[in-house]
Design a protein around this ligand. Structure first.
Ligand code: PEP
Ligand code: MG
Length: 587
């Protein structure tokens, strides 16, 4: 047969970052996903054994290095004891002996055999009744991956070196992958897993790159080099689009572009309702390099700087001085507006490549403020960097994942001693720097009255608040349909947090993705939220909604929704309102 007739194929996922991209597919796989398999001669078996032994030695060296870093820089027992477990796995006969035996009998390359042995070992552990042993599954997988990487000589190169015009398709992209992305060459990305609030989606919006998540097994069904048309508005991915499809899309894109142009003209106008109520409209960033796109979108400062992204894609932790330089540069870039620097929120679906979580429930585990309070040296270094940068005058500090008053008190105690040290050292800082707590755990929302007495502002993290209230994993596409920002429980929690803030005379923001969705803006404004902080690509839409809204109608709507029993009825009311104030934004 001659010719390469191609058939158009359409995949439907969840559109999480607006825009349309047309380019060539690159299927991105992590080192562990591509394990070579080949035969070796009987003479080469000895070489394979040596390769395996060398990889084990290198792995142990790396684990010792990591352990040393933790002991000196972080000072926590927990991660250091994990390293002990990992070291013991490198000597575990249940792992080593089958590899040695099978190398001799099967005459295959060691990567292939090791991969299979780890797989079987993990299956065996998973089927055990003993919970303690079952918990070792993630550790065995971690160590297995590390040995494999050493065998393959592969460093995790991320997405820094991809050809121009690339559409990245992957099973999943970790925050380390997305933060190394080459913005010039990558036009958009699409993943099998994820939801609107997974960090892949959040980063896509910050990078202003069209993206689709939740495409199930897409990464298994496409090949490198295929043509792809990615529509981040509707969540449609077209592989090998026909001329007809490209033509139709060209027209849709033109129409969307004219809406974008109209919204761009709002850049320097205030986020003010028709009846003169001002909302602070700030932006979210993951890295200092995100500041220019927020500036271009007209943000009034930064309502959330997710500093954990400074800790990804590197082997060491950033030093106090390095962090100070970065925070200072951001503070200067947004002046006279404020920047809210959130302390490290590592864990959940944000982890460093080599420190992938060895917990069975990372979202309920050793994350954010819990990790920081246990790692005094690391937390102190970050607090010192932020407090030093506050000398600029527009820096605010915020703690993530607060579950109740005692964590705020502990964190504030640490902060007070950092300030004492700086005073003693004669290092200037802003004595009036405002301190905030994220309200994103139901226990904090329900005790907001108490927490409000210890801080200067609240920022509602709706992504986690919804996840933890509804028990819906925010990154799992299988339950994405259950994730409902308009559930009566969520509306009541938000309302009571706003009341607690205002009763105590403090400011309340929403910095979760709910704030960036035009549909929910009237609801949040009507509930009395003072500030919305959103990704760069969402900002013009949010401003448009605020400017076409009356505070009085938003308040009436919010009051009514509190008596509605089903989320979908609230959604219908919000849809009707958005359709009336700006139909272009209603889908
Ligand atoms: C949130 O949970 O809503 C939030 C803003 O924080 P993150 O998405 O970084 O967890
Ligand atoms: Mg959060």
């Amino acid at each position: 047969m001659t010719g390469t007739a191609t058939t158009e194929r359409i995949f439907q996922g969840i559109g999480v970052s607006p825009g349309v991209a047309h380019g060539k597919v690159l299927v991105y796989r992590t080192a562990e996903e591509v394990i070579p398999e080949y035969d070796v001669t009987p003479e080469q078996v000895a070489q394979e054994v040596v390769r395996f032994e060398k990889a084990l030695i290198r792995t142990r060296e790396q684990l010792h290095e990591l352990q040393g870093r933790i002991a000196s820089g972080v000072g926590s027992e927990a991660p250091s004891s994990i390293m002990e477990v990992h070291l013991s796995i490198t000597e575990d006969p249940a792992l080593i002996e089958p590899v040695m035996r099978r190398l001799a009998t099967e005459q295959k390359n060691v990567e292939h055999i090791l991969h299979d042995v780890v797989h079987k070992y993990v299956n065996a552990l998973q089927s055990l009744p003993d919970e303690y042993l079952r918990e070792r599954v993630a550790d065995v997988q971690d160590v297995g991956h590390r040995i494999l990487r050493n065998l393959l000589g592969r460093e995790h190169t991320g997405l820094a070196n991809v050809p121009p015009g690339t559409i990245v398709i992957a099973h999943d992209l970790s925050p380390s992958d997305t933060s190394s992305i080459n913005r010039q060459n990558v036009l958009g990305f699409a993943t099998d897993v994820g939801s609107h609030t997974s960090h892949t989606a959040i980063v896509a919006r910050s990078l202003n790159l069209p993206a689709i998540v939740g495409l199930r097994d897409l990464s298994q069904r496409v090949r490198d080099g295929q043509n792809a048309l990615l529509d981040g508005y509707s969540g449609t991915l077209v592989i090998e689009p026909t001329q007809q499809t490209l033509f139709v899309y060209g027209q849709i894109t033109q129409k969307r572009q004219s809406v974008e142009d109209r919204l761009a003209s709002l850049r320097d106008l205030p986020a003010e309702t028709l009846d003169g109520h001002r909302i602070v409209l700030a932006g979210n960033i993951e890295l200092p390099t995100d500041v220019p796109s927020l500036h271009a979108a007209g943000a009034e400062g930064i309502g959330l700087f997710r500093t954990e992204f400074l800790y990804l894609n590197r082997k060491d932790y950033p030093s106090e001085d390095e962090q100070y330089e970065k925070y200072l540069a951001v503070a200067r870039a947004v002046k006279p507006h404020p920047v809210v620097i959130r302390t490290l929120d590592i864990g959940g679906d944000k982890f460093r490549g080599d420190d992938a979580p060895s917990e069975s429930n990372p979202f309920l585990g050793f994350r954010a403020i819990r990790f920081c309070l246990a790692n005094v040296a690391l937390f102190t270094a970050q607090l010192r960097a932020i407090v030093r940068a506050s000398a600029e005058g527009n820096v605010r500090l915020m703690y993530p994942m607060i579950s109740g008053l005692s964590e705020v008190i502990q964190a504030n105690d640490r902060l007070a001693s950092v300030k004492d040290d700086l005073r003693r050292e004669g290092i200037p800082f802003d004595e009036a720097m405002k301190i905030g707590a994220m309200i994103e755990i139901p226990s904090a929302a329900l005790t907001a009255e108490m927490i409000a007495k210890e801080v200067d502002f609240f920022s509602i993290g709706s992504n986690d608040l919804i996840q933890y209230t509804m028990a819906v994993d925010r990154v799992n596409e299988k339950v994405a349909n259950l994730y409902d920002p308009t559930h009566p429980a969520i509306l009541r929690l938000i309302r009571s947090v706003v009341e607690a803030a205002h009763n105590n005379g403090i400011h309340v923001a929403v910095c979760g993705e709910m704030a960036g969705q035009p549909l929910y803006v009237p609801l949040l404004v009507g509930m009395g939220v003072d500030e919305l902080s959103v990704g760069a690509s969402s900002l013009p839409r949010v401003k448009e909604v605020i400017r076409r809204l009356r505070l009085t109608e938003a308040q009436e709507l919010a009051a009514t929704t509190l008596h509605v029993t089903h989320g979908h009825e609230v959604q219908a009311m919000l849809n009707a309102l958005l359709e009336r104030i700006d139909p272009d934004l209603a889908h």
